[in-house]
Ligand binder design. Structure first.
Ligand code: NI
Length: 157
């Protein structure tokens, strides 16, 4: 395993649409292992291929406090959403920044694991937010485009 360099800010790979994974091989497993290690090392709760300069539809997510509920999702699709939640969001590609983002409160993601088997996972609250945030990365979308002002932003200094 190896820690990969996280692309930040204006890096062009963060704004491109990632291509589907077609071959489920050892190289893909290596990428997933490296992405998980990179995410944990940076203390993030999600990381997408484009964030490590790989324009493939691959994400890793772990929203658990114990950092032991790793989700690996290949070619993920959001197949259902429900409700609404607002909250502060950050991203490993924009360190030390946060913004208020409104997203669905529930999201169901259909994806493949590293063996090429399809699975579905239902996320609520923070996990829904992470799933939606990471899937956005695969379409070249970063959370900062979704940030809306909060009452705090209108307060005079
Ligand atoms: Ni992000």
């Amino acid at each position: 395993m190896a820690i990969r360099k996280i692309q930040t800010g204006d890096a062009p790979c963060l704004y491109k649409v990632a291509k589907p994974v077609k071959v489920f091989d050892e190289k893909l497993g290596q990428l997933l292992d490296d992405m998980a290690e990179t995410m944990y090392h940076a203390d993030g709760c999600g990381l997408a291929g484009p964030q490590v300069g790989i324009l493939r539809r691959v994400v890793v997510i772990d929203c658990s406090e114990e950092r032991n509920e790793l989700i690996e999702a290949i070619n993920p699709e959001i197949v259902y959403t429900e409700g609404e939640q607002g909250g502060m969001e950050g991203c490993l590609s924009f360190p030390d920044e946060q913004g208020y983002v409104v997203r669905p409160n529930v999201a169901v993601m259909r994806a493949y694991n590293r063996k090429g088997e399809q699975f579905e996972i239902r996320g609520e609250g923070l996990l829904a937010r992470a799933i939606l945030h990471e899937c956005d990365h695969l379409d070249g979308k970063v959370y900062k485009r979704l940030v809306i002002p909060t009452p705090e932003d209108y307060k005079e200094e």
